[in-house]
Design a protein around this ligand. Structure first.
Ligand code: ADP
Length: 545
């Protein structure tokens, strides 16, 4: 027997309708690419999204067409977030930090029909123009007097909007229709396309707004320090419209001073971003204590790579804000687990709470997680048995866009994440490594993430990477490659001594190398494959005869 409730589809257009009508005056604040502050609100966002939807139709965009963006976090990009899927097309946000040939590859692979771009990206775009054979129009996110000269025949976004009024009814279609497309960074092989649906996007947004999720609400003013070309800015533009939260967009100014200035000026209550952003923010604030007093941030959501415990401590004790660590990936929309404390943890000592917050969090409703061994056996939730992390749920990928290999799930619908993890009895996930980075020493695994986090707890260490290299006796041993903080002194012996107090003896790196910089991917993750290549001829001191 069927239920007798309305089968109203979960469409992205319903979010902007809701926000425009129920939270019309809530502000949306952006730095523009020129550095000035622009203010709008949900009522205007709704109107302009409708004008934009009509402009897309006038350009000949049809349902299912891919619309590319090369853009920073601004209100115009937010308009595209609603108008493109709202009118039935697919928003394809392109990461401008990828190599030019990867950008070309994904625009071609997505078969983008039009491309919206911030004028700061016109030099990046220019050499690609002759190669982008599917793109029918290039639209600069600016007014007509600012059109870049080096992109022939490009159109002005503001002019396109001026040509349309806002009398527009959003079309109704199945919630399973594609809404947006993001490509993985592709550290090995070509980037792969993850195609989100309206339904997956809305279910994900509900989670961000739940109290035991990320508690986003109308009370919040959220600073988006995650780029909108990175997994839909973790779904926050959609979740913010759902609950009517005020949003602040930093555009390209994501340096610590600019972020702090915007957060202080707008009295942001929360922010989201990768740990490296918060490391630099905390460095900045510790040098400018007067700026800390101007801030009103009560929580920071961090993900994308492991959050060092020392950073959680600094944020709590110097900024009086709570760190909520989340784990996810492009394939998981991205929220998979969220690291809230449970009521029973409130009575714990602060340091014990930091231990829990250093883990990647618990599964949120909708996402199932498990770890399996090499033979497919499910491992116990005992906090020590580490294995391959698998996930499934309504906002987890089922297949990659236009991929030859369509079988990426096992027979029971589980997706293998490529992460090595364990799960505690309380359900907290702990990522110990990516499977390709794991260090196998004498048949046992050493967690490079644990070692890195412990190393950066030393005040003289700015960043650390641990890789496994061949060893004649142990198969592999860890090498620690570290960057010193400016003006700080430390040598190998002191660092090893520091680590020896905190990790098992057999985990201690055999050698430490200090460097000036470490290689990162376009999403700010350590590129361990590059580092392993760089050190492939390295011979450990313990292995020299
Ligand atoms: P994204 O582009 O969202 O960062 P990727 O697919 O490039 O997603 O990377 C996802 C990977 O990032 C995960 O598989 C995991 O290895 C790592 N990751 C994400 N969040 C965390 C976290 N909180 N702690 C440790 N690793 C994380």
């Amino acid at each position: 027997m069927q239920g007798l409730m309305q089968n109203k589809q979960l469409l992205i257009s319903t979010l902007i309708e809701h926000a425009g009508l129920n939270h019309p005056e809530v502000q949306i604040v952006s730095r523009t690419c020129e550095g000035t502050i622009h203010r709008t609100n949900y009522a205007t966002l709704r109107k302009r999204a409708k004008q934009l939807a009509k402009a897309l139709l006038a350009l000949g965009i049809e349902s299912g067409d891919r619309v590319g963006t090369l853009a920073w976090n601004t209100y115009r990009h937010q308009e595209l977030y609603f108008a493109v899927p709202g009118m039935g097309a697919v928003l394809h946000t392109i990461n401008p930090r990828l190599f030019a040939d990867q950008i070309e590859y994904i625009i071609q692979h997505a078969e983008d029909t039009v491309l919206f771009f911030d004028i700061t990206f016109s030099t990046l775009l220019e050499p690609l123009l002759p190669k982008l054979k599917h793109v029918r129009a290039f639209i600069a996110l600016c007014d007509i007097d600012q059109l870049p000269q080096n992109i022939p025949n490009c159109l002005s976004y503001e002019q396109l909007l001026r040509e349309q009024n806002d009398e527009f009814e959003w079309p109704e279609f199945a919630e399973t229709q594609a809404a947006s497309l993001c490509y993985t960074s592709g550290t090995t092989g070509n980037p792969k396309g993850v195609l989100y649906s309206h339904r997956s996007t809305l279910l994900h947004a509900f989670t961000v707004c739940t109290v035991d999720g990320l508690q986003l609400s109308r009370k919040d003013c959220v600073l988006l320090a995650v780029p909108m070309f990175h997994v839909n800015a973790w779904g926050f533009p959609y979740a913010a419209a759902m609950c009517g939260a005020k949003v602040c967009f930093p555009a390209a100014q994501i340096d610590a001073a600019s972020l702090c200035e915007l957060a202080a000026q707008e009295q942001c209550t929360m922010s989201i971003g990768v740990p490296t952003v918060w490391l630099s923010v905390m460095d900045y604030l510790e040098h400018h204590p007067e700026k800390t007093k101007q801030l009103n941030i009560n929580r920071i959501v961090m993900g994308g790579s492991a959050t060092p415990r020392a950073l959680i401590d600094r944020i709590q004790n110097n900024l009086n804000a709570t760190t909520i660590q989340a784990w996810g990936m492009t394939e998981t929309s991205p929220m998979g687990t969220i690291g809230n404390l449970l009521p029973e943890h409130m009575a714990l000592e602060q340091s014990e709470r930091f231990d829990i917050q250093s883990k990647q969090g618990r599964a949120i409703y909708g996402v199932e997680i498990r770890v399996i061994d090499d033979h497919g056996q499910v491992l116990a939730r005992d906090g020590v048995s580490a294995g391959h992390l698998q996930v499934r749920g309504p906002w987890i990928v089922s297949a990659y866009f236009k991929a030859d290999e369509q079988n990426i799930l096992d027979a029971h619908g589980w997706f293998s994440t490529g992460d090595i993890a364990c799960i505690s009895a309380e359900g907290y996930l702990q990522i110990t490594d990516r499977s390709k980075d794991v260090i196998k020493s004498g048949g046992e695994w050493i967690s490079s993430i644990d070692l890195e986090n412990t190393a950066v707890a030393h005040p003289a260490i700015q960043e650390a990477a641990v890789i496994g290299l061949n060893h004649s006796k142990w198969q592999e041993r860890p090498l620690l490659v570290a960057i010193k903080r400016p003006d700080m002194q430390i040598d190998e012996q002191e660092l090893i001594h520091f680590l020896s107090k905190r990790v098992a003896k057999w985990w201690l790196p055999d050698d430490v190398v200090f460097v000036q910089s470490l290689p990162h991917t376009a999403t700010g993750k350590l590129q361990k494959n590059v580092l392993r290549e760089q050190f492939k001829d390295f011979v450990f001191s313990s292995d020299r005869s």
